[in-house]
Each structure stands twice: as structure tokens, then as C-alpha cells.
Design a binder for this molecule. Sequence first.
Ligand code: FAD
Length: 400
Amino acid sequence: MRYDVIVVGARVAGATTAMLLARQGLRVLAVDRARFPSDTLSTHQVQLPGVARLHRWGLLDRVRAAGTPAAHRIRLDVGHAVLDGQFSPYQGVDAIYSPRRTFLDALLVEAARAAGAEVREGFVVDRVVGDGDRVTGIRGFERGHSPVTEVAHLVVGADGKHSRVAEAAGARRYRKRAARSFGCYTYWSGVPLSGGELYHRPGRAVAAFPTNDGLTMVYTAAPKAEFADFRADVDTHYRKTLDLCGDLGDRVRDGVRAERFRAAPDLPNLFRVPCGPGWALVGDAGVVMDPVTAQGIANAFRDAELLAEAVAGGIDGGPTHLDRALSAYWRQRDEAVRPMYDLTVRLAGLAPLRRMERRLLASIADRPDEVDRFLGAFGGAIPLPEYRRTLLCRLAKRQR
Ligand SMILES: Cc1cc2nc3c(=O)[nH]c(=O)nc-3n(C[C@H](O)[C@H](O)[C@H](O)COP(=O)(O)OP(=O)(O)OC[C@H]3O[C@@H](n4cnc5c(N)ncnc54)[C@H](O)[C@@H]3O)c2cc1C
């Protein structure tokens, strides 16, 4: 059978793409070498635009029903200033959530199946097949079985930052920036939080968020050059970092570590051209950035939605029409992600804040409405260019 679309990778980018395409009546096959539920190396803060999409797709109630705590408030402590604020309502939602990937990814796979997509778990893609320069399908296998070839009008790579689909299609890389930090996180019981907590210190970033099963996820980031040192004694280095963050170190000391430490030293920053004849990329396969701003899941959801709209509008018109629709997806994706990508790469350097930034944060810290707008922009709900354009005007007005 010829599918309309084959999606390689079935986590936040792939399962969502499969779900949205299947909801439009397309014949969709999604494959993943993983089986679900399963974890992946990622924390799981879903920013407001991502939460709004889950809501629109009818999935947010399931996230809530699984006991995923809502974080209505965020406290950002940058040392010389503390911004404590809440999220302004955005497209029907006003809180962010940190569902465990074991839960979220399985939920999306189930939603893709419910929409009519065929999902094959435990299926490894070992080759992308083509006709001339057009991608026409994949070859893959389930462990212990012979390889099979499947064909489609479009093959979507949702296969993560080391995407095989991107490599096979020859997707050009651009805006590549060196990896700058590494992350380390684990889960704690007995460390209750009333919302999310973020800390910025020279050479360090820390995030603490409540997640499922009454646990708190605590993430630390440090410069990549320190990784070898860190790895030699993870527990001590991790706790030393938390001790820089007010009483967080003490609160964690009063809690109990519920899971092993996870270290993430492979944090590249790059864009790939996300489409070509017969292929497209979504999620980390298309743009990957340091998790210091926790944008990857919301980005994956946005890509899935933009791509699904482009495919729906282009697939019936034949290959040329589809290729044109995919180019529009490329433009929209880059426009949406570039400002946050540039900010993320800079923050991933974990350098001390610039003087201007310090002054700005100090000047808005006691203005609740400005703090809320800042948090909205930092989480991706207010586009950064728009936030910057209007900020100075608003501050000047206040001073008059
Ligand atoms: C330490 C860390 C913390 C993070 N924290 C956050 C956070 O708090 N919030 C946030 O929004 N983002 C966070 N991110 C980023 C986020 O994890 C990614 O952006 C997101 O997982 C990308 O989703 P994806 O579906 O594109 O790719 P992935 O989640 O990488 O999924 C790719 C899938 O493709 C499958 N696959 C790959 N190759 C093949 C093949 N050949 N055949 C079959 N299947 C294949 C894999 O098995 C995998 O299941 C973090 C990342 C890291 C590393």
C-alpha cells in the first residue's frame, strides 16, 4: 500500500504530526524504534504555546487527569533581582505543565492511533529510499524480522537531533552554533513547589518544576568545559550548584532522590533545511537548541501543526504543489523560531547578564504586569521581537 505520509520517529514531533495528518483523513504510517511508554533523555516543561496546542487538540484534560501539576507561577531569580509572576491567559490556558515523557509521548502515540494513523513500535528505519532526487519511502525492520520497504508521497523525519532522514536527504545545516553547556537532572520527593523556579547564576542555570507522582524535577546546567570534572562526582557538583540558589539546596537536602541522575552532554544548536522533494523534517530533526530555555516540545508541536497544514493544502495537487506548500512551512518555521533560538544560544553560554539586561530586570521586578509579560515572552507566548519593540515604550510611559 502507498501511504500519503510516513513519519519516522513517534515522540512529541512525530506522533503529533501523525495525529494531525490522520485527523485530516490522510493515510499515515508512523514508526519508531522505541516502544511506548518509554522515557527519553529530556526534562518536560511544556511552554504556554505548547500547552495551548494540547488544549486545542483535546489532550490537555488527559494531561491534567494524569495528575500533572499546573505551574501557574514562575519565580525567576537572577541574583540581583527576583521576578515572581504568573502567566497571563493565552489561547485558553494560563499555566504550564511538566508531564513525564513516559506519559506524554505515549499519550500522543495513542492519539495518533485514535485518529487513524498506523503506528509501528520497535521498528528501526535503516534506509531512506528514493527515485532520482525524490524521497519515496523507507526501509526498516522489526527485531527478528526481515526488512520491509514502505512507500509514501512524503517521508517526514521526526527522528530527533541525529536524524537519519535528514542525513539521507542531504538536509543542509545552517545557523549552527557550538554546543555550550551540559545538563544534569533527577527527581525528588518531599520537595514541594508552588510553581516553577528558575535560577540564573554566572556559569550556572537551574530549573525546578513539579511533575507527575508528586515528584519535583531539578535540572542544572553548567559550561560544557566542566563536564569531565562534573562526571567524576555528580552528586557533589549537582548539590554545589543548588546551594547557589537561595534555599533550594536545603529543600532538596530535606527531600529524597527518587531516581538516578541523568546527564546530557550532547546539546547541539543548529537548523536544517526542513524540506525537499518528497521529504520534510519536524522537531529536533529540523531545529535543535540547548534546553536552557525549554522550548523543544512546544517547538515540536508548532512544527507538527505547520507541517500538517502545509501537507493538507498541498498533497492533492501533486508533487510540485506539495513541494511549494513545504517551502511555506520552511519560511513559517524559521520566522517563528529564530529569535528564541538566538536568545537560547546566548543563554546557553551561561555568561553573566549584560549590564543592560541587569538594569532591565531590576527595573521590572516590582511591576507585576511587566513581570508577567516578561515571563510570557521568555516562555514563547509573546514573540520576542514584539516584546522588545513595545517594552521601552511601556517603561517610558510608566515613568511619565
Ligand atoms: C536534557 C534535556 C532536557 C530538555 N528539557 C526540555 C524541557 O524541559 N522542555 C522542552 O520543551 N524541551 C526540552 N528538551 C528538548 C526536547 O527533549 C526535544 O526538543 C524533544 O524531545 C524533541 O522531540 P522530537 O520528537 O523531535 O525528537 P525525540 O524526542 O528525540 O524523538 C525522536 C524519536 O525518533 C526515533 N528514531 C530515531 N531514529 C530512528 C530510526 N532510524 N528508526 C526509527 N525510529 C527512530 C527515536 O527512537 C525517538 O523516539 C530537553 C532536551 C534535553 C536533552
